[in-house]
Write a protein that binds this ligand. Structure first.
Ligand SMILES: [Zn+2]
Length: 75
């Protein structure tokens, strides 16, 4: 199965694998990484930044919801 790196297009290789639980069965997860470690660092950074952005957005949403609830409670 082709799984090219999003940054450089090189075929990604299996990085770390770990076993997770899904209900009663366990699933083996494999994280694929770019064979170029410097490139992988950049990719990882991009993922972390996206994750931080999503978390910030979710937090802002939750805060807005809370503010709205407070406003409704006050009126
Ligand atoms: Zn790459």
């Amino acid at each position: 199965m082709s799984n090219p790196c999003v940054k450089c297009g090189k075929q990604r290789i299996d990085g770390k694998t770990w076993v997770g639980k899904m209900g009663v069965s366990s699933i083996t997860y494999t994280k694929t990484v770019c064979p170029d470690s410097e490139c992988q660092k950049i990719v990882d950074k991009g993922i972390a930044e996206r994750k931080a952005k999503t978390e910030a957005m979710l937090k802002a949403k939750a805060e807005a919801k809370q503010a709205r609830a407070k406003l409704l409670a006050a009126s």
